[in-house]
Design a binder for this molecule. Structure first.
Ligand code: NAD
Length: 326
């Protein structure tokens, strides 16, 4: 089996998590980590045998053992690093959202296409068992013709400072609700119109989006940064023959209402998934399959760009007070 050498760029929260799961993919391994923050790449690389630690992306890209670059830096930097990786001939898996402007998305898509490398975006929601099952059963007609969907995704306000700067993160809609925008379009097709309200104050951001799909389905997507009860997700999908509901809080094996140090007042605990069921593992394994040519990428560049387009339209709607056609 072809060995896939992973270069993690950005050794923060999600980069560390992805490294852990890449190390479990058969025939793949973390061979390099780059992070501009002194010591960060060393602290992560040391966990993965003889993985090399770099403080610049250029050094990581010059390492011939790196065949895949997993882009895990703050969102406003995705374009720069994804394009550089493609130009260096590396396959690119980029964290969501792909970027914060459509021109940045287009530049990434063009560079990866021109280089002939695999490119996908980490819309990990598609790999969560409840979401994947709902999609499979919807496609099998289990709720008849879908008519209305509602999603909710809420968590603590992000601790890392750059998230609070909308120029770097895009805010709650582009950073968090974008997971649901991808899921909703995956299930019900293209969203053609959005009306949104966003309420924001320091340490809190709430968004409510009303979305019209080309198929006629109406969706409501709610996103919260600053949710006091901890991270959770939920959806309802109603059709002519039935209703799906999911609430991650209802599925928790253990709810522990304990005060945490720091700014998260309540922790919700879940029984751990088997390693092979973990959505983050399944996501990177799927990309490894795409690199090996045994499957297409799970999330197409066009789908990931489309989720960004809807997020940007929602933000525009919230600012202008008008519905926005996409
Ligand atoms: N899919 C998910 O569930 C999920 C969860 C969290 C974050 N994310 C996404 O992942 C990305 C990173 O988020 P995070 O929470 O890990 O952020 P983070 O701040 O924890 O980590 C980012 C890391 O990138 C490093 N960095 C910054 N500029 C760099 C550069 N030019 N070159 C190399 N390294 C650089 C920082 O030093 C930091 O260590 C964002 O796009 C975010 O939206 C996705």
């Amino acid at each position: 089996m072809q060995t896939i050498g992973i270069g993690i760029v950005g050794a923060g929260n999600i980069g560390s998590r992805h490294a852990r799961f890449w190390a479990q993919v058969e025939g793949a391994g973390v061979v390099a980590v780059a992070d501009t923050h002194p010591g960060a790449s060393e602290n992560l690389a040391v966990l993965y045998g003889d993985a090399r630690a770099y403080q610049t992306v250029a050094e990581l890209l010059a390492n011939p053992n790196v065949t895949v670059v997993h882009v895990c830096v703050p969102t406003h930097l995705h374009r720069e690093i994804a394009v550089a990786a493609a130009n260096a001939g590396k396959h690119v898996l980029c964290e969501k959202p792909m970027a914060l402007t459509l021109s940045d998305c287009d530049a990434i898509i063009a560079a990866t296409a021109q280089a002939g490398v695999c490119f996908s975006v980490g819309h990990v929601t598609r790999f969560f068992p409840e979401y994947a099952l709902a999609k499979a059963r919807l496609d099998a007609g289990a709720v008849g013709t879908p008519t209305i969907a509602r999603t909710r995704r809420a968590g603590a306000f992000p601790r890392t400072a750059w998230f609070a700067d909308t120029a770097q993160s895009g805010g709650v809609v582009a950073d968090l609700t974008v997971h649901d925008l991808d899921f909703l379009q995956w299930c019900f097709g293209k969203i053609i119109r959005v009306y949104a309200k966003i309420a924001a104050s320091p340490g809190f951001e709430y968004a409510l989006l009303t979305l019209r799909h080309e198929s006629g389905v109406i969706s409501h997507a709610e996103g919260v940064w600053g949710e006091p009860t901890g991270f959770h997700t939920a959806f309802e999908i109603a059709g002519t023959a039935g209703l799906f509901t999911h609430d991650s809080r209802a599925a928790r094996a253990l709810v522990a209402s304990v005060r945490q140090p720091g700014d998260t007042p309540v922790a919700l605990m879940n029984a751990p998934l088997a390693p092979s069921d973990d959505p983050y593992f399944r996501q990177v394994r799927a990309f490894a399959d795409a690199v090996r040519g045994v499957a297409p990428v799970a999330v197409s560049p066009a789908d990931a760009r489309s989720a960004v387009a809807v997020a940007l339209a929602a933000i525009e709607s919230a600012y202008t007070g008008n519905a926005v056609e996409i």
